[in-house]
Design a protein around this ligand. Structure first.
Ligand code: MLT
Length: 401
């Protein structure tokens, strides 16, 4: 008989987004006439612009010819794609040799968790994207769940609340190896300032920790003085890995494409190069992103692709403004619009109660803040991914609530 992996049974609940879908489907079964609008999982809804789909179409057709056929690609991903992403988003800070193309940020976060192994101590923002906690549990990095504390024994959660302007008190942080940090922050939409990131990098340098910086929403930042990459901070290339994604940048949630940056200067405590070991690890567990997706990514980086994807980002941001305006009339929202999510304090009942209320009374599917961590209790996350028609209807329903 095979024993099960104990870490899997340490997980406390089902993964957040399938749980939301399950509750939505239960509601629909009982109320088949309901015209639900989804403001829940951050899944893009607008079509991928044609210069990008044409590039993928052409790449697929090339595979049908002897001359055009390609099998496994270069291990780190197409060089041209790495160069273009570097020029576009990291012109001063990063060398394309340190970039690894992947099949999406979530997948590489999972692989990084496996890569660092079970002996690292982990810290993360609370609330946070659920993959950071759940993946750390699966990798055996969190210890057991303590029912009385309602927390994992060996996991450090950094409270991000309105009281600290959604930036954690790092002075209370001791002895951690990995720090997950997401900016713009999923789910609160808060963006760390340059000064705050300097504080984070400074902490990591002094304590010899590694930051796993998730920049999946960086392209939504509108305030020009806010940093879009951790590498805008001096010295970050000695302490930080950055994970980026085409999902919310170009509507690639289904196509799957992203990147990770593992700077050559990043070292383990014994002086071994993190990048060198990552290459060894990655070539064992991953065969690279789909070549069709990579050609799509290349088209995103061209002038036409860039202009088209910018229009879509602005479209979602306008959705966010419409929603925020409607929500602000009833509840308290936070921050400027630099992300596709509106983090809303609903009151002192549980987030799942508010989730049910919005589902039953307004036929809106949202995400309960508590699903992102205990500091999300009482909050709801509204996503602005959706057609304009649906967003306007949702705004109207919120006003009538
Ligand atoms: C979210 O809704 O928080 C995420 O976009 C879902 C995901 O990327 O896995």
């Amino acid at each position: 008989m095979v024993k099960h992996n104990l870490n899997i049974t340490k997980l406390q609940s089902s993964y957040l987004f399938p749980e939301v879908t399950k509750r939505k489907n239960n509601f629909l079964e009982k109320n088949p006439q309901a015209k639900l609008i989804s403001l829940s999982i951050g899944d893009t809804t607008e079509p991928i612009p044609s210069p990008i789909t044409t590039a993928m179409h052409d790449a697929a057709l090339r595979l049908a010819s002897k001359e055009g056929y390609e099998g496994y690609g270069p291990e780190q991903g197409l060089l041209e794609l790495r160069q273009k992403i570097t020029q576009q988003y990291y012109p001063k800070h990063i060398n394309s040799d340190d970039m690894f193309i992947n099949d999406g940020a979530k997948c590489d976060i999972g692989r990084l968790q496996m890569f660092f192994g079970q002996d690292v101590k982990v810290a993360m923002q609370d609330p946070a994207y659920p993959v950071y906690v759940d993946g750390s549990v699966l990798a055996g990095q969190t210890g057991d769940f303590c029912q009385t504390k309602e927390a994992y024994n060996d996991l450090t959660l950094l409270a991000c609340t309105p009281k600290n302007n959604f930036f954690p008190h790092l002075s209370k942080l001791s002895n951690v190896d990995l720090i997950y940090f997401c900016s713009p922050h999923n789910p609160t939409g808060a963006v760390a300032s340059k000064k705050q990131l300097e504080e984070l990098v400074d902490y990591a340098r002094k304590n010899r920790s590694i930051i796993i910086y998730d920049s999946a929403y960086a392209f939504y930042i509108q305030d020009s003085d806010l940093p879009k990459s951790i590498y805008e901070i001096e010295g970050a290339d000695e302490v930080a890995i950055e994970v980026g994604s085409f999902s919310k940048l170009a509507g690639f949630t289904g196509v799957r494409l992203g990147w990770s940056i593992i700077p050559s200067k990043l070292k383990f405590e014994d002086g071994l190069s993190v990048k060198k070991l990552w290459i060894r690890f990655l070539s064992t567990v991953f065969n690279g992103a789909s070549n069709i997706a990579q050609y799509g990514g290349l088209a995103c980086m061209g002038p036409e692709g860039q202009s088209e994807i910018q229009k879509i980002i602005q479209f979602y941001l306008e959705n966010a403004r419409i929603l925020k305006k409607a929500i602000d009339q009833k509840f308290q929202t936070f921050g400027n619009i630099n992300a596709p999510y509106i983090w809303t304090y609903m009151g002192d009942q549980s987030s799942w109660d508010y989730f049910n209320l919005l589902l039953e009374k307004a036929h809106l599917v949202t995400v309960p803040g508590s699903g992102f961590g205990s500091n999300g209790e009482g909050f709801i996350r509204f996503s602005s991914f959706g057609s304009r028609e649906n967003i306007l209807k949702a705004a109207e329903r919120l006003q009538q609530l």
